[in-house]
Write a protein of this length. Structure first.
Length: 317
């Protein structure tokens, strides 16, 4: 949801409807994150999601340079940064503590987890394998977000390796057997039936993203909204950011099938091209992040989607 669809309005609407709205702090500076947190304040409970930075080395420089050349003259300069990691943690600890802080792409060290907890925040960590689940448990995470392969957008893997990825219910069953920590299921959950299946499999809650992409409160680009409403297939790709992510198959993905592992370097290299495509409404030229069940997303206010996922919109017998 980072980079556009996530908005204060969407998170507020979800929380006000009885869900737990999250602000996506990825690609936002620390001050912008602080402003959004302040805009969410009130009686509502909400969370903030951060990207855990990877190591700056280990990139195949030659493969990255070749890929950037293949993008043409409009490409940006590839570079590494840590997405304002330290500054954002400082805000969340010392300036604007929030009820829940969740992490994607890794798990903070135990000392960082304990520091956030000491300031009143629960710490949730995204996991995509049993090994990650055990490591997050050992780092004292309060809850684990179990992300199956159906999920749209970036895969939350701690290491962006090419490997077999389990579907949500399969992964959930494996993690339930491995750790005794509250679990939040995510990936391919767009209706009440999927929610019920996840809860029956051992989840305490579910997390939905694609289900909210068509809400009027979301910042989803019009061309992206149109693609979500089709039955177009999705696939995993590194073409846009250098990190594995699921999106609706389009021209850019087809033209760049062999993007190297280089995040966030490729994110910055493709950013100008993606911005230009959005400006002209060219859905073939920018990332159309979506889960496998995107065709089941419904264009309606976020509060109605919360009710639908909870099964509250079903006729009473």
């Amino acid at each position: 949801m980072a980079g556009g669809p996530s908005t204060v309005e969407l998170a507020r609407a979800v929380s006000d409807a009885g869900g737990l709205g999250f602000l996506a702090a990825g690609y936002r500076g620390a001050e912008a994150m602080r402003d959004e947190i302040r805009a969410m304040r009130g009686s509502r409970v909400f969370g903030v999601n951060l990207f855990v930075p990877g190591a700056p080395n280990g990139i195949d420089a030659e493969a990255l340079a070749a890929y950037v050349r293949s993008l043409g003259p409009g490409a940006g300069e590839p570079r590494y940064d840590d997405d304002g990691w330290r500054s954002k943690l400082d805000v969340l600890r010392d300036g604007e503590p929030v009820p829940v802080v969740s992490f994607t792409f890794g798990c903070p060290p135990l000392c960082e987890v304990r520091s956030l907890q000491a300031h009143g925040s629960e710490v949730w960590v995204t996991v995509t394998s049993v090994e990650e689940a055990r490591a997050a448990r050992d780092a004292a995470a309060d809850a684990l977000i179990v992300q199956g392969s159906e999920a749209g957008g970036h895969q939350g893997s701690w290491e962006d390796a090419d490997r077999d990825r389990q579907r949500t219910l399969e992964l959930l069953a494996a993690v339930v057997d491995a750790v005794d920590v509250p679990l939040v299921a995510t990936g391919g959950i767009t209706d009440a039936g999927a929610v019920e299946a996840a809860l029956a499999a051992g989840a305490k809650a579910i997390q939905a993203g694609t289900a909210f992409m068509l809400a009027p409160e979301a910042g989803t680009h019009p061309a992206h909204r149109a693609a979500l409403s089709t039955a177009s297939p999705t696939a995993l790709t590194r073409a846009f950011t250098g990190r594995l992510a699921r999106g609706i198959v389009n021209r850019f993905m087809a033209e760049h099938p062999d993007a190297p592992l280089a995040y966030p370097h490729i994110h910055y290299a493709t950013a100008p091209l993606r911005a230009a495509a959005r400006e002209t409404g060219d859905a073939g030229g920018f990332n159309l992040w979506a889960g496998t069940e995107h065709a089941h997303a419904v264009a309606r206010p976020a509060a109605e989607t919360v009710r639908a996922l909870a099964g509250l919109d079903r006729p009473r017998r």
